[in-house]
Design a protein around this ligand. Structure first.
Ligand SMILES: O=C(NCCO)c1cc(-c2ccc(F)cc2)cc(O)c1O
Ligand SMILES: [Mg+2]
Length: 218
């Protein structure tokens, strides 16, 4: 009964990171992924771009689709303003179990709500379940083929407002071509691309930042 990679990543955090210190949790995951085992966290290079966008938006309410082990969850939550909240959705129960413990080790459990389940099922329930009106910031990092259906769902559920910033990971590798074509061609978005590299590798990847402009409806 061998451990899984997320479990080994969690053990590296519990062994090397200072409890309550989000920066050291991030640093220890990056060290583990650079020196022990690659894992699909956004990583340090793209993570710095994520940090700069989150700091610029300064979101009171943020949404993350795709928690995995909680690395980007911690990066985002540590930058929230006082009273700021992050809701993060994860479909895989094993990832969710590890992420809860990583978020706790970072001391950020009070500003993060982790929801276990599918984005397609949960997005329509966010308003009534969490008393959410609209998000200031959305980070897409889940199944790449869900980016497009889920951005449409967020629009239909009126969870985006004029100025909401949507940041998407992996628009080159593994890629989300249909999503990219949509946000780059839709008049409802002002989109820009940040070239970077796939976490912990030299392969090209990038983030797409799309500002929602609202609909043209009267
Ligand atoms: O599937 C992904 N996320 C959703 C599941 O949690 C994901 C995959 C990869 C990746 C994998 C395999 C490879 F060869 C290249 C890239 C990278 C990422 O940043 C990701 O977010
Ligand atoms: Mg990713």
């Amino acid at each position: 009964t061998h451990s899984s990679r997320p479990q080994r990543l969690l053990r590296a955090v519990q062994k090397g990171a200072v409890r309550g210190d989000a920066r050291s949790v991030v640093a220890n995951i990056d060290r583990f992924c650079h020196h022990s085992e690659w894992a699909m966290n956004i990583g340090d290079e793209k993570g710095a771009i994520l940090d700069s966008v989150v700091s610029e938006v300064n979101p009171a309410l943020a949404l993350e689709l795709g928690t995995y082990c909680g690395y980007s969850t911690v990066r985002i939550a540590r930058l929230l303003p006082p009273g700021g909240r992050l809701i993060t959705l994860e479909f895989n129960p094993e990832y969710a179990a590890v992420a809860r413990q990583v978020i706790e080790w970072a001391g950020l459990e009070d500003s993060v709500q982790l929801v276990e389940g599918g984005s397609g099922d949960w997005i329509p329930q966010l308003k009534e379940h969490f008393g959410v009106q609209s998000f200031d910031f959305v980070f897409l990092d889940h199944w790449k083929e869900r980016y497009l259906p889920d951005i449409h769902l967020l629009e239909e559920c009126e969870l985006l407002r004029k100025g909401t910033v949507v940041l998407a990971d992996n628009v080159v590798c593994p890629g989300a071509p249909d999503y990219l074509a949509y946000v780059r061609n839709s008049p409802a978005y002002q989109s820009s691309y940040f070239q970077s590299h796939l976490e912990y590798t030299k392969a090209v990847d990038g983030l797409e930042k799309s500002v929602y402009l609202g609909t043209t409806d009267a």
